[in-house]
Design a protein around this ligand. Structure first.
Ligand SMILES: [Zn+2]
Length: 476
């Protein structure tokens, strides 16, 4: 009884404090917004070039200070975690609320972790990881371009470099950044790296830390760029493979029967006008096709590792439009038909606007391959509001739990990424899932996240439904 009274009083206190701070936040931002409006109203038409340039410098300082003032609140948000928002990744929640990309949200959170004071459990504040950089940014002397150069430099230093050398390098670069452009500071950073690591000595751990293979989002032309940093071993494999498969005349997609083994005939070599970069691309394509066709890659989440593409029956018959892959990218129909001629991708064909569910009995706990294919077509990826996770990495969730008698048929199944799968439950601090009348999975937030409990759906994987028709054309 006493405990309940204390808890009730505490919640009243916390609600009052929240209202108090909301007022303070409102007043501070209202003042800043009035100041920004005054800047936008300056009579720029009557200003000289000198005045305009000087104004830009002051504007830049202001923008930098503003970005510096954002560090501590972001770090505090990371300390508080995502319980109040119903769980999940903070980067994604922030990206949704601010309407910025998840990559940008991640960058801001990582920078905040380096540039904001750190709070101990006792409430005591420790200086930031990069105190000089944080201070220079707070004054408006350096911007995010400088911050990136310095953080990249520190990240790429070998682990063997002593802490005091790292600190003095940070101080020097922060100081140089107050009077140089980021591109100039980067040249200085390279020079300092050479002083600190004169023999270019990197341990296996240093190299392993930097390895990555990153694909950027697909462009409007369906092409995809990316970046990579390969360990010497991977690079050695590729060199050996490219020496053969990327030589002139090999793996040429324009040949009726591209040569992938043996020596290409001299005619094929002389016809080959591809650049070395294009030949390496085509060689990579041949390797991937071979790996998928070999069936040595086994299965993943109940389906063979291969391209899973969903298309409408109409598009397939017309050889037009695009297919959506389980990875969330688009393939032009003629490319898909060519792929199907070589090794069969898993196709999930459905009527123009509906993914017709396939019914199966409650024979197995795991969703069968046909049901998973139907889910690729229906959900295309994680169904949690705003989640960009593709169908390939999603788990299958029973809308009505199997333990409660929920059947393993497509009507009762939906795709959910592992992070969001853990957030579902019937008890109160968890999200609940159900199917709405349109056949889409909807998520009802926990009471403390949204007292209205209004269910939400994920439009991320269905952009055509967000856009609707355009210039008279109907959604594909
Ligand atoms: Zn998700």
């Amino acid at each position: 009884m006493l405990q309940r009274t204390i808890r009730k009083n505490l919640s009243v206190v916390s609600a009052t404090v929240r209202v108090m701070y909301s007022g303070e936040i409102d007043r501070a931002y209202a003042a800043a917004e009035r100041a920004v409006a005054a800047l936008a109203d300056l009579p720029i038409d009557r200003m000289t070039a000198d005045e305009l340039l000087e104004g830009r410098a002051r504007h830049e300082r202001l923008a930098r200070s503003l970005s510096g003032a954002d560090r501590r609140p972001l770090a505090r948000l990371a300390e508080l975690g995502t319980v109040d928002f119903g769980g999940g990744r903070l980067g994604l929640i922030l990206a949704d609320r601010l309407r910025i990309t998840p990559v940008e949200a991640g960058r801001r959170l990582h920078e905040a972790a380096d540039l904001a004071p750190r709070q101990l459990e006792t409430g005591e504040l420790l200086p930031p990881q990069l105190p000089q950089v944080a201070e220079a940014e707070r004054r408006g002397d350096i911007g995010t371009g400088h911050v990136k150069v310095i953080r990249d430099f520190l990240r790429d230093l070998p682990a063997a470099v002593a802490l005091e050398d790292r600190i003095s390098a940070e101080n020097r670069l922060a100081d140089l950044s107050t009077r140089m452009r980021p591109d100039e500071v980067r040249r200085c950073a390279h020079r300092i790296a050479a002083y600190l690591n004169p023999d270019d000595h990197f341990t296996e751990r240093d190299r392993a830390r930097k390895r990555h293979f990153t694909m950027h989002p697909q462009g409007a032309d369906k092409m995809r760029t990316g970046s990579f940093c390969l360990e010497p071993e991977v690079s050695a494999y590729l060199e050996a493979i490219f020496a053969k498969l990327a030589s002139p005349g090999m793996c040429h997609p324009e040949d009726p029967e591209p040569t992938v083994d043996g020596v290409p005939d001299p005619d094929a070599v002389s016809r080959d006008t591809r650049s070395p970069g294009q030949r390496r691309h085509d060689a990579l394509s041949a390797i991937c096709r071979d790996a998928v066709a070999s069936e040595r890659l086994g299965s993943h989440r109940g389906l063979p590792v291969t391209v899973i593409a969903t298309v409408t029956l109409q598009d397939l018959q017309d050889h037009a439009g695009v297919a959506t892959t389980g990875g969330g990218s688009l393939i032009p129909m003629r490319d898909l038909i060519r792929m199907a001629g070589r090794n069969m991708p898993y196709l999930c064909v459905f009527d123009d606007h509906s993914a017709r569910p396939l019914y199966f009995g409650r024979a197995k706990r795991l969703a069968g391959p046909d049901q998973r294919l139907a889910l690729h077509a229906l959900d295309r990826g994680c169904t949690h509001p705003g989640c960009p996770s593709s169908a390939y990495i999603c788990e299958t969730h029973h809308l009505r739990e199997w333990a409660d008698g929920g059947a393993t048929d497509t009507d009762n199944l939906t795709l959910v990424c592992p992070t969001h799968h853990r957030m579902i439950g019937t008890d109160s601090p968890r999200w609940r899932t159900s199917r709405n009348r349109a056949g889409r999975t909807q998520w009802s937030p926990p009471q403390h996240v949204d007292p209205s409990g209004r269910p939400r759906t994920n439009g991320y994987h269905h952009p055509e439904q967000q856009v609707g028709g355009f210039n008279g054309a109907q959604p594909p």
